[in-house]
Design a protein around this ligand. Structure first.
Ligand SMILES: Cc1ncc(COP(=O)(O)O)c(C=O)c1O
Length: 347
């Protein structure tokens, strides 16, 4: 039985207020552009991200996909980090569907990309090279432990790309976590990006959806790709309604998720056999490893205690979210203590 589910913030459930808004949402056919609730969400999202326009899409993956399809042509190269979600966890969609070449460059510990490496990779050469047209950055940077990149850090990367005319796409699946952690408006974090996508269904606790924001022309082009991918939806106001409520009620409360993440991280750091870098725990993601075991082994043991987390070959991840309170965090810490007392801490 699941007692505490910390696998991801994607498992969060909509609030009663969101469910009510979904039930009562005024609807139209969004493919004709006349779903008022969707139009309201898109206008609100565009304003909050400081962009001209926005389009609702089915998922974070689709948001990244339509953003890149709209800005990179077949045979173009997109630069992105070795730790990026687009590279590692989106099924190669940009290459399969858009004929786009993905060129990974090393992320540092916090998820930053070296501007000199960006410039070198983006520099135009002769006809041997596929033209590099887009740079992707991710904020927060999931695989680096949910690090929140500041506007200054993003600017350094974006400026390096712009020197060679690159457009910039930000995978801002969790941009509001970054905004809360840095006490900086999301629009400032996205100021150097041409397009920015954020997820409704992660820390914002909506059941479905993401929103891609950018200038009017690029969003128009993204709509065409969304249609081609079968992602244009009809009375999508039922989903957008939750999004509108989430943008009003779910951002400020993320401080609780961040505090819960910190509490978990500090407790883990005290347990023998655990490797964790507390400096990377800036938002709601807690990444760590148990060097003597695979992540899957530890996650499997923890599951027997009713605590669900994600574990891979080495890494493990706790992600507090709406619906997880400090009592749940205590249950998770106690379960983790029990597991660590039972497994050998050295190989
Ligand atoms: C940074 C990042 N980008 C994109 C996505 C994709 O979102 P979705 O699962 O909605 O496709 C995720 C999902 O976890 C993510 O962490």
């Amino acid at each position: 039985m699941i007692r505490v589910d910390l696998r991801s913030d994607t498992v969060s459930q909509p609030s009663p207020e969101m469910r009510k808004a979904m039930y009562e949402a005024e609807l139209g056919d969004d493919v004709y552009g006349d779903d008022p609730t969707t139009n309201a969400l898109e206008a609100k999202a565009a304003e909050m991200l400081g962009k001209e326009a926005a389009v609702i899409v089915t998922s974070g993956t689709q948001s990244n996909l339509v953003a890149l399809l709209a800005q990179a042509g077949r045979g173009d190269t997109v630069l992105l980090g070795t730790k990026s979600h687009i590279l590692n966890a989106e099924a190669g969609g940009t290459s399969a569907l858009g004929g786009i070449v993905l060129m990974p460059i090393q992320n540092d510990e916090r998820g930053l990309l070296d501007p000199d490496v960006i410039k070198l990779a983006a520099a135009p050469r002769d006809h041997h090279k596929a033209p590099v047209t887009v740079l992707c950055v991710e904020n927060t940077q999931n695989a680096a432990g949910g690090t929140a990149l500041s506007p200054e850090e993003i600017k350094v990367m974006a400026d390096a790309g712009r020197q060679h005319g690159l457009r910039v796409h930000m995978d801002g699946a969790r941009i509001f976590n970054a905004a809360v952690a840095l006490e900086t408006p999301a629009s400032e974090l996205a100021a150097d990006a041409d397009t920015v996508g954020f997820c409704l269904s992660k820390g914002l606790a909506c059941p479905i959806g993401s929103v891609l924001c950018g200038d009017a022309d690029v969003i128009q082009e993204a709509r065409r790709w969304r249609k081609m991918l079968g992602g244009a939806m009809r009375q999508v106001g039922v989903i957008a309604a939750a999004g509108v409520v989430a943008l009003d009620t779910m951002i400020d409360r993320m401080v609780d998720d961040h505090a819960n993440a910190r509490k978990l991280a500090v407790a883990l750091a005290e347990m023998p056999g655990i490797d964790i870098d507390l400096t990377t725990v800036e938002t709601n993601i807690v990444r760590f490893s148990v060097p003597a075991h695979t992540g899957m082994e530890i996650a499997g043991r923890l599951k027997e205690e009713g605590v669900y987390i994600n574990g891979g070959d080495s890494d493990l991840r706790f992600v507090p979210h709406y619906g997880i309170d400090s009592e749940d965090v205590d249950i998770a810490i106690n379960a983790m203590n029990k597991v660590m007392a039972e497994v050998p801490v050295e190989r």
